[in-house]
Write a protein that binds this ligand. Structure first.
Ligand SMILES: [Zn+2]
Length: 291
C-alpha cells in the first residue's frame, strides 16, 4: 500500500530539460517527490532540494554546470533565495559548484570530517560555514532537515538527511536503489556501509532518494542491505574455505539479486572489491588461521 502511494507521489512535476540542445553536457531535470521536497537529476547524479516560503535549501551542487542550471530553474520557478547548501560528503563529483549559489549568501553545512577533508585537500568548492559532529537539525519555514553522521561508509564525513514532515531520506553513494553498488566498490568501507544502512533503517522515512539511481521505499533499502550482507558473507565464507579470487568470481551468483541493474556487468567487480577490502583492511591476507 505504502509503495503504491509513493509511486503516485513520485510523478514528474517539471521536466525542464536543458540538455544537449542548449550546448550543456547533460540533460537536467527537476522532479517533485513529496510536499516541499524535490529531486534534481543531472545525468548519473542526483540531489535533493526543499522549497519553503522562507527560501530554498539545496543539497549537493554537483558541479558548476549542474548548479548553474539548477540555480536558474529555482529562480524561474520559485522566485525564492537559496538559504542553505548542505553537502552530503567530501567527493568532488557531488560537492563542487557550490560557489554558484554564493550570491544569495546561504549557509553552507557539512559534517566535521567532510569539511576537514575539503580543507586539507584544498578542494575547489565553498568550504562549509557550519559543521557538526553527530547530528544537526536545520529548520526552514515549517520544514525540518535532520542531518546525521553514521561513521565511515564512503568517502569522508558522509551523512544522511531526513526531510520532515515529508519523511524523505537522502543518502549519497552508500545506499543505491535499483542498481548494483558501483563497480569495484571503489573507496567504500563495506562493513561501514552495512552499519550505516542498518542505522538509517531505524529512522522514520517512507521515501528514499539516493545520490545515484532510483527513488525507493524503506523496503527497497532493506533489499539493498540484504544484498550487501549476502555479498559480504559469501566472500568471507569463500576466503575461509581457501578459495581464490578467481574461484569466488566464478562461483558466487547471488541470483536472488539479478533484477538489480548492472547485475551481469558488475557482480564480479563487486566480489573483487569486497575481496580486496577484506584482504587489506580486515587483514585477512595475513591471518594465521586462513590458508
Ligand atoms: Zn557518487
Amino acid at each position: 500500500m505504502r509503495k503504491v502511494n509513493i509511486l503516485i507521489l513520485f510523478v514528474l512535476f517539471v521536466s525542464a530539460v536543458g540538455g544537449t540542445q542548449s550546448g550543456l553536457a547533460y540533460d537536467y531535470k527537476i522532479e517533485k517527490v513529496s510536499g516541499n521536497v524535490y529531486r534534481f537529476v543531472a545525468d548519473r547524479h542526483r540531489s535533493v532540494f526543499l522549497v519553503t516560503e522562507k527560501g530554498i535549501l539545496v543539497t549537493d551542487p554537483l558541479n558548476t554546470e549542474a548548479a548553474t542550471w539548477l540555480k536558474k530553474a529555482l529562480k524561474d520557478q520559485f522566485h525564492l533565495p537559496v538559504k542553505y547548501v548542505i553537502y552530503s560528503h567530501n567527493h568532488s563529483d557531488h560537492v563542487y559548484g557550490g560557489v554558484v549559489f554564493k550570491d544569495s549568501q546561504p549557509i553552507f553545512i557539512a559534517s566535521q570530517p567532510a569539511k576537514q577533508d575539503l580543507v586539507i585537500t584544498r578542494a575547489n568548492t565553498v568550504i562549509p560555514d557550519i559543521t557538526f559532529e553527530e547530528t544537526m537539525r536545520v529548520t526552514l519555514g515549517d520544514n525540518e532537515v535532520e542531518l546525521r553522521y553514521h561513521g565511515p561508509n564512503d568517502g569522508r564525513g558522509s551523512i544522511s538527511m531526513l526531510f520532515k514532515p515529508e519523511r524523505v531520506l537522502f543518502v549519497v553513494d552508500w545506499i543505491v536503489i535499483g542498481r548494483m553498488p558501483w563497480q569495484r566498490l571503489w573507496s567504500y568501507d563495506i562493513q561501514g556501509m552495512i552499519n550505516s544502512t542498518t542505522e538509517v533503517l531505524n529512522l522514520d522515512f517512507d521515501i528514499f532518494i539516493g545520490g545515484h539511481a532510483d527513488v525507493g521505499s524503506k523496503t527497497d533499502v532493506v533489499y539493498y542491505l540484504s544484498y550487501l550482507e549476502d555479498l559480504y558473507a559469501a566472500v568471507i565464507d569463500g576466503i575461509h574455505s581457501g578459495k581464490t579470487l578467481a574461484q569466488l568470481k566464478n562461483e558466487i551468483k547471488l541470483s536472488q539479486y539479478s533484477q538489480l541493474k548492472n547485475y551481469d556487468e558488475w557482480l564480479s567487480m563487486n566480489i573483487e572489491g569486497v575481496y580486496e577490502r577484506l584482504m587489506e583492511e580486515s587483514g585477512m591476507s595475513w591471518r594465521p588461521d586462513i590458508d
